[in-house]
Design a protein. Structure first.
Length: 584
């Protein structure tokens, strides 16, 4: 069940509208006549975005002073722009929102990896800053190390002025690779390396789908060819490995917009290309290709699209030896098999009327998603004094609320462990008794923790362990949601109790055991559904569940799936939870 809890956003400042109006009307002081605005409309990326839909990095270089980039609320953060070619930089203009950088640097880079500061301050005052600088590079970055407010960094505009081409160019030497201590072991050579492409997409359907997204080892971000220039053949994406490498394997995780015919090519100079793999019968999804070639640059060169759309890759991984690899963050460690060490739990043994432990749970007030009809209130979640958490749904109007059809006519409860407890891999279980009645929708589920720092659903991933519809309490569902499969297209299965028993008659234990290979769902100790990561990647799309998640318990009323309650439902209704436990 997708959550309606969105990342916390500060209250709008009273002067925000005026600032927007003024900054949209004032002309930013241009650089000297000989210098051109180089950054507008170029590809921008950032360390984070408060919302990749509302506040993407691209909004800071779009020439619109009414749109902005905004980061997560932590230090350090950065935003960078790829000018497309090496340039002599003479001026940088920063039009800050109220959330500005107190201490930051302006940095340049020839390759998007090695950075040289050309301006530094620890006493910035925000507002509109025009900085005279002197530097050379293809990439220019604002690197913030101290925020001036409790919020993040936010720029209405980030403008870079100068001239394309180095007036006194110094060739960038090819780095001498460090001797490989394990020369026979294949390494991921493409992670974090600079990428380039025939075109890139950045719009409401695919925000910031730049080449870098295919080399970030993030299965929920992707590169795509541009829709504005028309989806055409050929289309390509390449990566600079930093030094000559021996290429042994290429892994492609395709979006549904995949290549029917393509080549994998290598080059020493990024100009002359040699094919090391070729096909006219590409199958899409995940392809692991055994290849053999040598070069500093590797390219996927598509010549025939499989769909009317373009080319799009969630991941483009190059494996081999040599190069100048950047060590990626370590992958999470698998739990014990089976997980038996209890690492977190709530037994709900408080006295009658006691609220859930605030050190473990956050109350989740407000309206629900999916056209639900309830308003979540903390008062509807409490212990019963008999060792159970009780989430109560009531038929009552909440003044000032907004549900489909007007003010919300029902209240209920939802709690989550976000910001208090998250985990990657293990066994999570809950002993639950669900209510019966048309329009009821009890759930025990998990959301990717990056949802709380700005990554929108379903890119963060969702793992549903228990969902029962009150109109059919003989059936339960377990499902996962990701960018390539979500909503009605989520991957899951219905299952029932033996002998046609009713889930609302008694408590049952729902559990998910989760590791790097997949998820096994069990009910009262018997396996009801198994998800294989390898199979999902090969048949449905990227697996986005190898990172921290948090736990959610709620009782929804109405919505697209269960439908509305009716006179037969009978309120109040209660969802009882005996315990929640996590094992490693």
């Amino acid at each position: 069940m997708p959550s309606s809890r969105s990342p916390g956003r500060r209250m709008a400042l009273l002067i925000a509208a005026a600032v927007t109006l003024v900054t949209s009307c004032l002309a930013i002081m241009p650089a000297a006549a000989a210098d051109a605005l180089l950054s507008q409309g170029k590809t921008a990326t950032a360390s984070s975005s408060e919302s990749t839909v509302a506040f993407p990095a691209s909004a800071a270089v779009d020439g619109n002073a009414g749109t902005r980039w905004s980061s997560a609320f932590s230090d350090p953060q950065w935003i960078q722009v790829d000018l497309g070619a090496s340039a002599t930089i003479t001026q940088v203009t920063l039009n800050w929102e109220a959330a500005y950088g107190r201490a930051f640097q302006i940095q340049t880079s020839p390759n998007g990896t090695t950075w040289t500061p050309i301006h530094s301050t620890t006493t910035a005052t925000g507002g509109n800053q025009t900085l005279a600088v002197s530097g050379t590079g293809r990439y220019v970055r604002v690197y913030g190390t101290q925020r001036a407010t409790q919020y993040g960094y936010s720029l209405w505009e980030f403008q870079v002025y100068g001239t394309i081409g180095d007036t006194n160019p110094t060739p960038t030497p090819t780095p001498t690779p460090t001797p490989d201590p394990d020369p026979g072991v294949l390494k991921l050579l493409s992670y974090g390396r600079p990428g380039a492409a025939s075109t890139s997409q950045s719009d409401g359907n695919c925000w910031e789908c730049t080449p870098a997204r295919a080399f970030d080892r993030d299965p929920a971000s992707r590169w795509a060819t541009s829709s504005t220039t028309g989806w055409v053949d050929p289309g390509w994406i390449s990566v600079d490995l930093g030094a000559t490498a021996q290429i042994k394997q290429v892994v492609l995780q395709w979006d549904p917009a995949y290549a029917r015919a393509f080549q994998i090519q290598v080059s020493d100079n990024n100009t002359t290309w040699t094919p090391i793999y070729s096909t006219t019968t590409g199958t899409g999804f995940k392809q692991t290709l055994t290849v053999n070639g040598t070069g500093r640059y590797v390219r996927m060169y598509g010549t025939q699209r499989a769909t009317p759309y373009g080319y799009s890759l969630w991941e483009f991984q190059v494996w081999g030896t040599g190069g100048a690899p950047i060590t990626p963050p370590p992958l999470p460690q698998d739990p014990a098999n089976p997980p038996t060490t209890l690492v977190w739990s709530d037994e709900f043994n408080g006295g009658a009327g006691t609220r859930p432990d605030s050190a473990k749970w956050t109350q989740d007030p407000g309206t629900g998603p999916n056209n639900e009809l309830e308003y979540y209130k903390p008062e509807n979640t409490a212990m019963d004094g008999n060792g159970n958490l009780v989430i109560t749904a009531r038929q009552e109007t909440t003044a000032g609320s907004s549900c489909p059809g007007g003010p919300c006519q029902y209240t209920s409860g939802r709690i989550n462990t976000g910001g208090k407890f998250t985990f990657t891999y293990g066994k999570v279980e809950a002993r639950v008794k669900v209510p019966k009645g048309n329009g009821l929708w009890p759930a025990f589920w998990m959301m990717g923790a990056d949802f709380l720092t700005g990554r929108p659903w379903p890119y963060n991933g969702e793992i549903d362990i228990l969902e029962v519809l009150g109109k059919d309490v003989k059936t339960s569902y377990s499902t996962v949601h990701a960018p390539a499969y979500n909503g009605g297209g989520g991957i899951g299965t219905p299952y029932t109790l033996p002998n046609g028993a009713d889930f609302s008659d008694d408590f049952h234990v729902w559990a998910a055991t989760w590791d790097s290979k997949g998820i096994v769902y069990t009910l009262d100790g018997r396996t009801v559904f198994t998800l294989s990561k390898a199979q999902v990647e090969a048949t449905r799309g990227p697996w986005v569940f190898d990172h921290p998640f948090y736990i959610i318990l709620n009782l929804a009323v109405g919505g697209d799936w269960p439908g509305p309650p009716d006179a037969s439902t009978g309120f109040p209704k209660q969802m009882l939870v005996d315990y929640v436990r996590v094992y490693k």
